[in-house]
Design a protein around this ligand. Structure first.
Ligand SMILES: [Fe+2]
Length: 241
């Protein structure tokens, strides 16, 4: 696997931070290529329970059985000699987790670069209040903790991508949630902003695939696989089509 081979490293885990709503996970492909196990936070069961009825996906387990390992808050596991601590950091979604390894923490979409802020909290099961508390928990880590992010959208005045910052930088300068921003102020601002955001372009494919750990639906009788698009029809149309 490219970089891993060059380093003489073996890929043991694909660690999901959450069920992504804007892109499809490549976990099954990576697993097939490397034999890696796929892990995610145990509250993925909640995400499955929310979305299985939306797409009427009766094959979804509701128990997270599609994943190799479900991580509980405060749980530990090993990657080679490294100890990994799991932190449940809900808010963006109810199942978000962060992974802390020594002085590094991988926070998924819980926080973005200081000049951009943090993730939206308006997906089903999301909560701006929970997000604030998760962020404060992350910002209580030692100040020199290196923080690695899932997404970067650049920011006004910055035309290069970034993916790493520190707890100290976030506390001092995160535009939405630096030290001194109260929970109520954050929640009000986050909810106002989220109300103006469009749904992610790949929302429908992403959710129905990612709650199955990235597996696509089984083939239908014609041999093709299909994703579902829920339709919401006006009542008068509902009767005639
Ligand atoms: Fe996300």
């Amino acid at each position: 696997m490219g970089e891993a081979d060059k380093l003489g490293a073996r890929i043991e885990w694909v660690l999901e931070t959450h069920v992504h709503a804007d892109h499809l996970t490549a976990a099954p492909w990576l697993k097939a290529k490397t034999g890696a196990k796929v892990g995610i936070g145990e509250h993925v069961t909640q995400v499955q329970s929310i979305f299985r009825p939306v797409f009427d996906l009766c094959e979804v387990s509701l128990k997270g059985a599609e994943f190799d390992r479900l991580f509980a808050d405060g749980g530990h596991f090993a990657i080679g000699n490294l100890d990994v601590e799991v932190l449940h950091t809900p808010g963006h979604t109810p199942a978000c987790v962060s992974y802390r390894i020594g002085d590094a923490v991988f926070v998924g979409d819980t926080m973005f670069m200081p000049d951009y802020g943090c993730a939206r909290a308006d997906f089903p099961g999301g909560s701006a209040r929970a997000l604030y508390r998760s962020i404060r928990r992350l910002l209580a880590l030692p100040r020199d903790t290196r923080m690695f992010l899932c997404h970067d959208y650049k920011a006004p005045g910055r035309d290069y991508f970034a993916w790493e910052t520190t707890v100290a930088e976030q506390r001092a300068g995160n535009v939405q949630v630096h030290d001194g921003v109260s929970e109520d102020a954050f929640v009000a601002a986050r909810e106002k902003r989220d109300a103006q955001l469009a749904a992610p372009e790949l929302l429908l494919p992403s959710i129905q695939v990612n709650i199955r750990a990235g597996r696509f639906p089984r083939a239908e009788l014609n041999g093709a696989r299909f994703l579902r698009i829920p339709l919401k029809l006006a009542p008068e149309l509902d009767k005639v089509v």
